[in-house]
Design a binder for this molecule. Structure first.
Ligand code: FAD
Length: 410
């Protein structure tokens, strides 16, 4: 009898575990999307520097029949019965070994109107919606509108000055300025980053921050630190700085301000830390359920550098340990542990620049952008996909796609 291994979530943790396990049991991967998403390049998808097939390959292409793929939204995990139920389906997935890699969801931290009116940025659809919102704002500008009115009509606020907020805001600003030039519009767009802390990318070092701040400046992004968002409506954002509140009309608010646990994890009656993360043993097993492995954004792994928490690079590294340990578990062998290290940082900063931190040294500019593309080619799943994407980027280029009027957008 082959052990039944069910992997929940097809992100960095789940997909890579399933790929490493292929051929070592009856493996089922469950995800609510039909594709993997290489999130670090979602900004390039927004700008058209990369296409959906580059960064969001379909599971059926990646798994090539070696792992069964079930598309569905997981409704619950029954620990006692060792089964998983799906929304709108009577099928129960029974497991001998379970892998939980369900990732996080956007955390609006209870800000009034934030969930209803701001745009999340975690999926392909989110990037499509944001691009459409930018195009619509540009399309609304009448040729004779005064520059100050133009600026108000094309104001976008990005909440959160972490890596995501900085990467997104520089990308949006470059795209919008380029569109102003192409469409010969008067005035300029306005892109703001709103950050509660006293500096951008708070968890990162000063070397890379210097490059990021320089890029924000070059892309003409306004940075508001020590500023808290208190309310979002359909066309206005309210924020507070040094006790003073200000309302700003906007064309869109994008929320990159935080991540929280998937509701499915909240429901599980197992050991969690204060943030609600599943506490895993150094082998990635849950201590009360040794046949359950958890990894990625939903797991608290004590032996990893704290700066790695909530990153793709941690989930990706954990996947190989999970797969190795699941094989050992099924064969009754001793399980392994691993200390996870920083693999370096790479950030996209606008359509022409990036920042890369490797071996303790940071560098920026167009060279860093090339290095980032090269680095990420090597991190994509499967050799076959890497080769196709690498060839496409090399031969067809990675130029951004301008924001064209809605009827001309593809
Ligand atoms: C825009 C963006 C940019 C990022 N950039 C970087 C970066 O540059 N470097 C870095 O290290 N990290 C980056 N991250 C963080 C990184 O994406 C996460 O840390 C990583 O994806 C975590 O992997 P995971 O497997 O835990 O979860 P995920 O990759 O989020 O995968 C979770 C999977 O579970 C599925 N799922 C969730 N709920 C259900 C359900 N109920 N039913 C069925 N399926 C479900 C999801 O569809 C998804 O396939 C970025 C994140 C975002 C959003």
């Amino acid at each position: 009898m082959q052990p039944r291994i069910v992997v929940l979530g097809g992100g960095f943790g789940g997909l890579f575990t399933a790929l490493y396990l292929a051929g070592s049991g009856e493996i089922t991967l469950v995800s609510d999307e039909d594709h993997f998403l290489f999130t670090p390049m979602l900004y390039e998808y927004l700008s058209g520097e990369v296409e959906a097939w580059h960064i969001a390959p379909r599971y059926d292409e990646l798994l090539e029949g070696s792992v069964r793929f079930v598309r569905g939204r997981i409704a619950g995990i029954d620990l006692a019965a060792q089964s998983v139920s799906l929304e709108n389906s009577n099928e129960k997935l029974n497991y001998d070994v379970l892998v939980i890699g369900l990732g996080g969801v956007t955390n609006y931290v209870g800000v009034d109107g934030a969930k209803e009116y701001s745009l999340p940025f975690r999926k392909l659809d989110h990037a499509d919606n944001l691009r459409r919102r930018m195009v619509t704002a540009l399309d609304r500008i009448a040729p004779d509108l005064a520059p100050q009115d133009v600026r108000r009509e094309v104001t976008f606020a990005i909440v959160g000055g972490g890596a995501s907020g900085c990467e997104l805001s520089t990308k949006m600003a470059d795209l919008l300025y380029d569109a102003f030039k192409r469409r010969s519009l008067h005035g300029e767009p306005r892109v703001l980053v709103i950050e509660m802390g006293d500096k951008v990318i708070p968890g990162m070092g000063d070397q890379i921050r210097e490059i990021v701040e320089d890029s924000l400046h070059k892309s003409r992004v306004e940075v508001h630190t020590e500023t808290r968002v208190v309310k979002v409506t359909s066309d206005e954002i309210t924020f507070e700085h040094e006790g003073r509140q200000e309302n700003l009309k906007d064309a869109g608010v994008v929320w990159t301000g935080g991540v929280k646990m998937s509701p499915l994890i909240e429901q599980l009656d197992v050991e969690k830390n204060r943030r609600g993360l599943l506490v895993v043993k150094p082998t990635l097993q849950l201590s009360q359920h040794l046949n359950i492995f958890a990894l990625g954004d939903i797991a608290f792994y004590p032996d990893a550098s704290p700066t790695l928490a909530g990153t793709a690079q941690l989930a990706y590294q954990q996947a190989s340990l999970a797969a190795r340990n699941i094989k050992a578990f099924n064969e009754g062998k001793e399980l392994h542990t691993k200390h996870f290290e920083e693999l370096g940082e790479a950030m996209s900063l606008g359509t022409e620049r990036a920042a890369v931190l490797t071996g303790g040294k940071a560098f920026g500019g167009a060279l860093a952008r090339q290095a980032r593309f090269a680095l990420y080619t090597s991190r994509l799943p499967t050799w076959h996909h890497r080769l196709r994407v690498g060839a496409s980027w090399f031969f067809e280029g990675t130029a951004p796609r301008p924001l064209l009027p809605l009827g001309f957008e593809r």
